[in-house]
Write a protein that binds this ligand. Structure first.
Ligand code: SAH
Length: 350
């Protein structure tokens, strides 16, 4: 069946035309689904009854079934969603001051196998489709709307590697940013990659969103272990792709770096990091490691993290020491997909 969630308003108009439906109806349908979050054609009161019935029999407006919702002590919300073929994905809403950031998944599981990340343990089950990516944002928006809030930022930092699924991620970004669909500003969307170098220019050419790079190490020796993809695309090639990446005005590339005890948390690492990002408009995010039982890595000591951040700051590399959020509900970085059945069953239904 056709899905409204996979079409920009222009594409929808074209498909309607092919089906003998007046193309201008696309704008109305997109307004209901993307603008107002109305999914039932029956409720689209500016369409004649026979058209509503015709659309209902040939078009879908949903892709994911809500399965539950968990709320963390710090306000982070995790949505458990199910695909039609029974796949389970997770979407997180992070609240920080006035920001409401929707953290979107791009794949079910992940193929990259970074040993410190729980999602990697799952392996890759499959890519998410465009409609499944868009539906995550619509569902997060509904949850926020019920609290009188709305999403202000979006990050592709959930399950999966978005740059290995650009076939569906780019069309989803087009719909999310289209003025006649979700109208989200591309400057408030960040796509994060572990460093799929050949796909970075493909993304950059397609749409001007922000880029985050999960760097985590300053030598190939250490990065080969932490992010095995580095064995194919080593640090030098990754940074070259970063230098060539088309940034939005005043934009910076975020480098995600998780200080791990006695592995990558020394002042020598910090000095090397300064050198690596020199000439790149960079911002370094130091993210506390969320430890998990399957790995032996330990979070760096706070004083080491402070010293590391100090080296960057003195070299005028913008740096932020992040707090872990949502870890009590396994919604923090590197924890998605780790929820076992009892935890999912304890989720409050929606
Ligand atoms: N595959 C993409 C998108 C996922 S983003 C990427 O790697 O960028 C998820 C972020 O959380 C990445 O920066 C990842 O390196 C980080 N992460 C994974 N496991 C983590 C853990 N246990 N603690 C802290 N950060 C972790």
């Amino acid at each position: 069946m056709n899905s409204v969630l996979e079409c920009t308003p222009e594409e929808l108009a074209e498909r309607f035309r092919e089906q003998g439906i007046e193309p201008f109806r696309a704008r109305q349908v997109a307004g209901w689904v993307f603008g107002r979050g109305v999914r039932a054609f029956e409720a689209m009161t500016d369409l004649a009854q026979p058209l509503r019935a015709e659309l209902a029999s040939g078009w879908r407006t949903t892709a994911l079934e809500p399965e539950g919702e968990l709320r963390s002590r710090d306000g982070t919300t995790k949505l458990l969603l199910r695909t039609e073929d029974g796949g389970r994905i997770e979407t997180v809403i992070i609240q920080e001051d006035r920001r409401r950031t929707v953290c979107v998944s791009s794949q079910i599981g992940c193929s990259l196998d970074c040993p410190f990340c729980a999602t990697g343990r799952l392996g890759l089950l499959r890519n998410l489709r465009t409609g499944e990516i868009v539906d995550q944002v619509l569902q997060a928006r509904d949850v926020l709307a019920a609290r009188g809030e709305h999403p202000t930022h979006m990050v592709f930092m959930g399950m999966g590697e978005p740059l290995l699924n650009l076939r569906h991620v780019i069309p989803a970004l087009r719909i999310l940013t289209h003025p006649g669909a979700l109208a989200f500003s591309p400057g408030r969307i960040t796509v994060s990659t572990a460093g799929v170098v050949p796909q970075m220019p493909v993304l950059g050419r397609a749409i001007r969103v922000r880029l985050a790079v999960s760097l985590h190490a300053t030598t190939d020796e250490v990065r080969d272990r932490l992010v095995p993809l580095n064995q194919r695309f080593p640090i030098a090639s990754l940074l070259e792709a970063c230098r060539a990446y088309p940034l939005p005005p005043r934009g910076r590339i975020s480098f995600e770096y998780t200080p791990i005890r006695d592995l990558n948390d020394s002042t020598e690492d910090a000095t090397r990091l300064v050198r690596l990002v020199s000439g790149i408009r960079a911002h370094v995010n130091l993210i506390p490691l969320n430890e998990h039982p399957a790995s032996s890595f330990e979070r760096a000591k706070p004083e080491r993290v402070d010293r590391f951040a100090g080296v960057l700051a003195r070299a005028r590399v913008p740096v932020t020491v992040r707090q872990s959020r949502g870890d009590d509900i396994l919604a923090a970085c590197g924890q998605l997909g780790a929820s076992d059945p009892p935890l999912a069953a304890a989720a409050v239904g929606r």
